[in-house]
Ligand binder design. Structure first.
Ligand code: HEC
Length: 630
């Protein structure tokens, strides 16, 4: 999805435009029409008609798992990159029902129909395939071998290898891969295999490839695979460290070593590896010291040094610091509305650079605020229309509490923010000031007087954010039990922490961007499981009133949001929950518009919560006795 923000559209927004909740405007909003498709024509003609529909319209075409004529609709859904995985899973189940086959057969069929150069789509289908029970995959052993050993595109062969790992012992699969010149495909596929024991069974075969003398592509595939084989951490660590010492694939090794849990790092090997990394880092020319490979090498070197006793660790840290750049890496977490680190530590008054990469599907920025000023900055940003300031930044308030700020980054973009750390030690909050994000998406830049003293007093590694990919099924038993689980009072706090009210009203409180949750609670009649599914899979069902639209504009920008109103002059959109995010696009600026299949609600909002917290939240939603709306 290429959702460029409205940054280039100065002058089109309407300041102070009277704002109403979308549902009150709904009668003005154009509905996406259900397309007219003749499903009783020949399959080729049906496929042709379907190919012309945007994703959201395709999803409106009638489909029932009851009749052959719906097959092309389900097949088309499987081959759309942007349609979410859960809807593809539904399509697979429906095809299996109509064809009286099974899910694996249908996914294999889709993989075979996959056009070349669709590797992201192949990875998505691979994930659906390997989620099938091992017994079901075993039945397709021969077909999987045919694909894995054949001349399909690389991503498709890898998908087949990932599934084969569940159907036969490691040694047999390894031999098969060697016979078909597919060892590298097998190794690249291994990290996808969900069962850690299955991945680990390949260790004995993989380890011998970790030699400087191995062919480079094969060796790199082995390096990435070996870091994800539990039970062999110490041996993998030693082998990767030896490659670093031999100057082979040092950056790949650094990334693989960083993927091994820190608790498993063998204490005796840390100092030598840190010193070797320092040697490699010094050999990288100054001009390349802000690039990915250098940063990954330096980050690992610093993390290793932080685990060493002060006498040995401090000189290594200082040597890395002397190489010139003190770069802090920060990314966003996919569909979670979070930064990947909650804590960054710097020394007071020293030059630093934040290398911020937006790896999410929605826009984010990075804003550093004065101590205690996160709420003030977030609230001020929310009141701003998306009009760029002199530096081209949107939603960055002009106030002294804003110390540093990046541009708003679209998915896939990155920014470097170089500055001198504040002179006064303390906890400086950082946040994304996109309206609706700032309550949740924040962290702390800890400014310390002396790094060595700080590390000596705080020997544990920086806080790692714990993510659990919750599924409704994880709660099915607890939510259908007669004794209601969860505590509503604690759930109210979870509701606040998860920032639900920044997009939803409950009764009369909160922001009316998404549906009023009092209405949802009434509609779902206390069915906790249905409520949970709405929260965990926002894109499964989207009320047309809240449909997200992408607009391509004549100046090559793209904007997306909810349509509030449309008339001869233009389309009035709401791009975010903030009061100021309402703007009118003049008709003549709009090249095309496409309804999106992706909800405006992020899917991973509950993934940082503990199980009890999820149950508490649902208990709160179930019992929230909201006052009637005016
Ligand atoms: C960034 C804005 C945003 C945030 C934050 C957000 N939502 Fe949503 N939510 C929406 C939008 C927009 C919809 C409507 C589109 C859809 O159904 O996906 C929605 C839909 C829903 C629905 C379905 C409503 C119905 O009646 O169909 C529920 C339930 C829900 N959200 C609960 C929550 C909860 C609980 C939280 C906090 C954990 C939350 N939302 C956070 C924007 C948001």
């Amino acid at each position: 999805m290429n959702c460029r923000l409205l940054v280039a559209l100065c002058g089109v927004w309407i300041a102070g435009c009277a704002l109403a909740a979308p549902h009150e405007h709904a009668h003005d909003a154009p509905k996406i029409d259900k397309p007219i498709v003749f499903l009783d024509k020949s399959p080729r003609i049906v496929a042709f008609q379907l190919a012309r529909l945007p994703d959201a319209q395709l999803l409106l075409v009638d489909r029932e798992p009851t009749h052959l004529k719906y097959i092309p609709v389900y097949e088309a859904i499987l081959l759309r990159p942007a349609i979410p995985a859960n809807l593809k899973q539904d399509a697979v189940a429906a095809l299996a029902k109509i064809n009286k086959s099974d899910a694996a057969t249908e996914i294999l069929g889709a993989l075979k129909r996959l056009p070349e150069d669709q590797s992201a789509l192949a990875v998505g289908l691979a994930k659906l395939l390997i989620a099938q029970p091992a017994a079901a995959l075993k039945k397709h052993h021969a077909a999987l071998q045919e694909i894995a050993g054949g001349d399909s595109p690389a991503a498709v062969r890898q998908a087949a290898f990932a599934a084969l790992a569940a159907t036969q012992p490691a040694d047999a699969l390894w031999n098969f891969a060697e016979e078909k010149s597919g060892t590298a495909y097998l190794l690249i596929a291994l990290p996808l295999v969900p069962d850690a024991a299955v991945r680990a069974a390949f260790y004995a075969k993989t380890a011998p490839l970790l030699q400087a003398s191995t062919d480079a592509p094969l060796r790199r595939a082995a390096v990435a695979a070996v870091a994800r084989m539990p039970g062999h951490e110490a041996a993998a660590f030693a082998a990767l460290a030896a490659l670093v010492a031999a100057d082979a694939d040092v950056a790949d090794c650094a990334r693989a070593l960083a993927a091994i849990p820190k608790a498993q790092w063998p204490a005796a090997a840390l100092q030598k590896l840190a010193t070797d990394l320092l040697t490699r880092a010094k050999a990288i020319p100054q001009s390349q010291r802000t690039e990915n490979d250098y940063l990954d090498i330096a980050q690992l070197g610093l993390d290793l040094a932080a685990k060493l006793p002060r006498e040995t660790g401090a000189p290594i840290r200082q040597a890395f610091a002397a190489l010139g750049v003190n770069v802090l890496r920060l990314r966003t977490l996919h569909e979670q509305m979070l930064f990947d680190r909650a804590l960054l530590v710097v020394e007071a008054g020293r030059p630093v650079e934040v290398f911020f990469e937006n790896t999410d599907v929605m826009p984010h920025n990075w804003v550093l605020a004065a101590i205690g000023a996160a709420d003030a900055v977030g609230a001020a940003a929310e009141k701003m229309p998306p009009k760029p300031d002199a530096l081209g930044r949107v939603h960055v308030p002009d106030m002294p509490q804003v110390l540093q700020a990046s541009r708003m980054l679209n998915p896939g973009e990155h920014a470097r923010i170089a500055f001198t750390a504040p002179k006064v030690p303390g906890d400086y909050p950082f946040l994304c000031t996109f309206p609706g994000h700032w309550q949740r998406m924040r962290g702390v830049l800890k400014v310390v007087g002396d790094m060595e003293t700080y590390l000596a007093q705080n020997p544990t590694a920086p806080v790692e954010i714990k993510i659990t990919e919750w599924k409704s099924a994880d709660f099915a038993a607890a939510l259908t039990a007669t004794t209601a689980a969860g505590d509503p009072a604690r759930g109210k706090a979870v509701f606040a922490k998860a920032a639900c009210a920044s997009c939803h009203q409950l009764g009369a409180e909160g922001v009316a961007f998404g549906p009023n949750l009092s209405d949802s609670i009434k509609r779902l009649k206390g069915d906790g499981l249905a409520m949970l599914t709405e929260i965990l899979e926002p894109s499964r069902t989207i009320d047309e009133k809240y449909r997200n639209y992408n607009f391509d504009l004549t100046d090559d920008e793209t904007v997306n949001g909810l349509i509030l109103k449309e008339d001869a002059a233009g389309v009035t959109l709401r791009t975010g929950p903030g009061e100021a995010q309402v703007q009118t696009l003049p008709k003549k600026m709009i090249k095309t518009r496409r309804p999106s299949a992706l909800s405006l609600m992020p899917a991973g909002l509950l993934n940082t919560l503990a199980r009890e917290e999820v149950l508490d939240l649902l208990a709160y939603l179930r019992t929230a006795n909201a006052p009637a709306r005016p």
